[in-house]
Design a protein around this ligand. Structure first.
Ligand code: PGA
Length: 256
């Protein structure tokens, strides 16, 4: 099955209004020509609406880093799926390891956020990944299965077409240590196999699974050349337009 590569830049809690808009414009300029790769940027919430305006008429997709599981109401400081949607947001990250480990998003919350995103008409990019201790203990496969099953058990068939997975080993995020292409390929195969066994072969065949964790121009091509690695969720290297553009080019199969 031919899956269209997807490269998304997770800007995390970085940049200011002016630099976020400047980067948005540079990403449009440096990646807008690609027709064979889906490209997304994921700025902080305050910059979403303005970034959305800059993306109008382009093929770039706007993503958000988080949402609340409720659609609205007395939840001071939180942002809902319908609010994101009204700012031009197309997809939302759920279950990022920083949300799980720093903010305490447990499996119940992750599942509720997946549902909330889909209910609001957003695509959901569900992040999964083991810690270093879990990998060392040989628990990687079990952790991925646990995270997948707890986050998706309520999904109906058609919901799956709006879900993307991002395999992000926690030990590789922001550390400069990338999973080897073999490790990434194996984890993606486990996740896809789980979906094949628990949902369907068709869903598993169409599902995009991105790799994330210290992806940079120097390692992007070899990671994305692997069977079942359908793109990248990029943190640090997405904050510079030229390195992000190089990763998008690698996803398009261009040599740099
Ligand atoms: P990194 O972050 O590329 O800086 O490791 C990836 C992510 O957290 O999505």
């Amino acid at each position: 099955m031919n899956r269209r590569p997807f490269v998304a830049g997770n800007w995390k809690m970085n940049l200011q209004a002016s630099t976020a808009l400047q980067l948005t414009q540079e990403v449009v300029r440096t990646t807008g020509r690609h027709r064979t790769v889906d490209v997304g940027i994921i700025p902080s919430h305050p910059f979403l609406a303005a970034a959305g305006h800059k993306l109008e008429g382009t093929r770039l997709q706007l993503g958000a880093q988080d949402l609340h599981s409720e659609d609205g109401g007395a939840f001071t400081g939180a942002v809902s799926g319908p609010q994101l949607r009204s700012c031009g947001v197309r997809f939302v990250l759920v279950g990022h390891s920083e949300r799980r480990h720093v903010f305490g998003d447990d499996e119940r919350i992750v599942a509720a956020k997946v549902e909330a995103g889909l209910r609001a008409g957003l695509d959901v990019m569900l992040c999964l990944g083991e810690t270093e201790a879990e990998r060392d203990a040989g628990e990687t496969q079990g952790i991925l299965e646990q995270q997948l099953s707890s986050a998706t058990w309520k999904l109906q068939g058609e919901d799956w077409s709006r879900l993307t997975l991002a395999y992000e080993p926690v030990w590789a995020i922001g550390t400069g240590r990338t999973a080897s292409p073999e490790q990434a390929e194996q984890a993606h195969a486990w996740a896809r196999n789980w979906v094949q066994n628990h949902v369907s072969e068709t869903v598993a065949g169409a599902l995009r699974i991105l790799y994330g964790g210290s992806v940079k121009p120097a390692n992007a091509a070899e990671l994305m050349a692997r069977e079942g690695v359908d793109g990248a969720l990029v943190g640090g290297a997405s904050l510079k337009a030229d390195s992000f553009a190089a990763i998008v080019s690698a996803a398009a199969g261009e040599r740099s």
